[in-house]
Ligand binder design. Structure first.
Ligand code: SF4
Ligand code: SF4
Length: 202
């Protein structure tokens, strides 16, 4: 799976990609309208069978499709109930978020998934789509040639990467920006940076 992703706004369901027995998104995400926490099964879900409130679905659920449903190059082994990972595009950054089932937190390190996540990073980084793995709130940035632990990544934090080249070789500059709105409505940003030498040609 090395194909380029479309932007979030362009995503359409690939014909034939049905959720079927998969219900993993009903576990890994929070649902604001229901007060449901991430990482725990929704009270309305019958795992492996589906939602029991189809007629009164929260808007967040009705609008949701994971990348397996919208990205033609994602094979059956990436169906979330098999891979134990749900992939989406972050609505603001268009980064590729890989949300791992907390019941199998090592899912993303397995073969062939890890190599394919590196391939996804290599294909999409130049277009600004970073690959970020999340186990609960603990994030790892997947670069084409290495994994960078980011620690806890909150929803209001945004990751970006720029790549420098110089006589000593290339370096990835990884930046995490935190936005905060003050009581008088101003937006404040703080950022942390780290540098990571390129290990192989990306
Ligand atoms: S994770 Fe994807 S395939 Fe699974 S239920 Fe949700 S939308 Fe359907
Ligand atoms: S309301 Fe239905 S679709 Fe939404 S998280 Fe719960 S079980 Fe899933």
């Amino acid at each position: 799976m090395t194909a380029a992703v479309s932007s979030a706004g362009e995503a359409k369901v690939v014909p034939g990609r049905e959720c079927g027995s998969c219900t993993l998104c009903c576990k890994v995400y929070n649902v604001v309208e229901l007060g449901k926490a991430a990482g725990k099964w929704c009270l309305h879900c019958k795992p492996g069978r589906g939602c029991t409130i189809h007629d009164t679905l929260p808007n967040e659920c009705a609008a949701f499709n994971c990348l397996w449903k919208t990205m033609p190059s994602m094979s059956m082994q990436w169906k979330p109930d098999q891979s134990k990972m749900v992939l989406t595009l972050h609505p603001e950054t268009n980064n590729i978020h890989v949300v791992v089932d907390p019941g199998l937190p090592s899912a993303w390190t397995r073969t062939p998934y890890h190599d394919q996540l590196r391939g996804l990073s290599k294909t999409n980084m130049a277009q600004g789509h970073l690959v970020v793995v999340l186990v609960n709130e603990v994030a790892t940035l997947i670069l084409p040639d290495q994994d960078v632990p980011l620690g806890v990544l909150k929803p209001d934090q945004v990751v970006s990467v720029t790549q420098e080249t110089g006589p000593g070789g290339g370096v990835y500059d990884v930046k995490i920006v935190t936005r905060r709105t003050t009581v008088d409505g101003q937006t404040l940003e703080t950022a942390s940076m780290s540098r990571h030498p390129v290990k192989s040609a990306a």
